[in-house]
Design a protein. Structure first.
Length: 80
């Protein structure tokens, strides 16, 4: 039973939407953020919220969270 719960964690209503930024979009994103890839906050490859995405080390993850004040806020993390 625990295994089935862990595999569905990304579908839980409290988990924000996670997606991998396409590699061709990364240079423009990093320029917009004015930061190199290695200065982005880290997310572990083993994080249950992104496991289903099968990310590679160095991929950039886009996290979209609902916000009471902004409506929606976007964060970026690099996979370690």
């Amino acid at each position: 039973m625990v295994k089935s719960l862990a595999s569905k964690i990304e579908d839980h209503y409290l988990i924000p939407k996670h997606s991998i930024v396409k590699e061709e979009d990364v240079p423009a994103l990093l320029e917009k953020l004015n930061a190199p890839r290695e200065k982005l906050p880290v997310i572990l490859k083993s994080d249950p919220a992104i496991k289903k995405l099968k990310p590679k080390k160095g991929d950039i993850i886009r996290i979209e969270r609902k916000s009471d004040t902004a409506g929606r806020s976007v964060y970026y993390r690099v996979v370690k």
